[in-house]
Design a protein around this ligand. Structure first.
Ligand code: MN
Length: 290
């Protein structure tokens, strides 16, 4: 097997607010296109940020999604959500919400009420995963992946662990069900520990330094809050923690289907986008109270 090398390292750009509750740096599409990042179509990163206490929870009100999945990974703080299928709940620290919008959903995302009253450090990732064309019109669903239920693989010598959100690491499988081959891990590495990752060369692969900094393939330093994209040149790479680190590792097989995207709708053709807007305007995504 040959080494998968780093193509580029991006620093966190100027943050913007999504609603009033998510202060994010956009890494995908960022400097790449959706096609280059296929099947990952968006990644917003709320780097560690302290929110003042608020009696009225901050967040994003009712809005639609269609044609893909939203994956919310909570590192610090808590998010409360509700959607037009009647699902809802709280994403606690360490938990992941994997929501399949598919044929269309309305939802809202706010800081959890009690957390909001106290305020504090908030840190979160929202990743959008594209759906293969044949699943874009399937029913919405929702997976609540609790941290306590996640598969964790210990590294030798108390070096930390690989938390598997989706996909497979060294023969251990994560609990999320996905519509195409996707790996999403949190590599929680102690200072000096090293982990090796293997993915097919043609997969789209990237890492985000959520905590601490790391050295990739023994040479490239990726600082905290930076995002590194890999080339499609090999299968294997190593991550060594320069200090205690949490590294979000993403790798997925490209769908290689046409993308027609506008705002919260990601379809395959222009015509399907027009249909998505029509359906939304006609109330076909259901109803959700503000
Ligand atoms: Mn949303």
């Amino acid at each position: 097997m040959s080494t998968k090398t780093i193509a580029g390292i991006s620093r966190p750009g100027t943050p913007h607010f999504v609603g009033d509750g998510f202060r994010v740096h956009n890494f995908i599409p960022g400097t790449s296109t959706m096609q280059e990042m296929d099947p990952f179509i968006m990644l917003d990163y709320n780097s560690r940020y302290s929110f003042a206490p608020s009696e009225i929870p901050r967040g994003v009100g009712v809005h639609p999604h269609k044609g893909f999945e939203t994956v919310t990974i909570a590192y610090r703080g808590k998010v409360e959500h509700a959607d037009s299928t009647g699902s809802g709940g709280v994403i606690n620290e360490g938990d992941v919400q994997w929501m399949t919008a598919a044929k269309g959903i309305l939802h809202k995302e706010f800081h959890e009420k009690e957390w909001s009253k106290k305020g504090g450090d908030f840190q979160m990732v929202q990743l959008w995963v594209n759906l293969p064309a044949r699943y874009k019109k399937s029913d919405p669903k929702y997976q609540n992946l609790r941290n306590t239920d996640m598969q964790k693989v210990a590294l030798p010598g108390n070096g930390g662990e690989i938390e598997i959100i989706a996909g497979e690491y060294n023969g251990h499988k994560g609990s999320a069900s996905t519509f195409s081959p996707i790996n999403v891990f949190n590599a929680k590495l102690k200072k000096g520990a090293e982990a090796t990752f293997n993915f097919p060369a043609h997969y789209t692969t990237a890492i985000l330094l959520v905590e601490g900094s790391a050295k990739v393939n023994g040479t490239d330093i990726v600082p905290q809050d930076h995002f590194a994209m890999f080339n499609r040149d090999g299968e294997t790479f190593t991550i060594e923690a320069v200090e205690d680190a949490v590294v979000l590792v993403l790798s997925g097989e490209p769908l290689q289907e046409p993308i027609a995207a506008h705002g919260p709708f990601v379809m395959n053709t222009r015509q399907e986008l027009v249909e998505a807007f029509d359906e939304f305007n006609q109330g076909k995504f259901g109803y959700l109270e503000d």
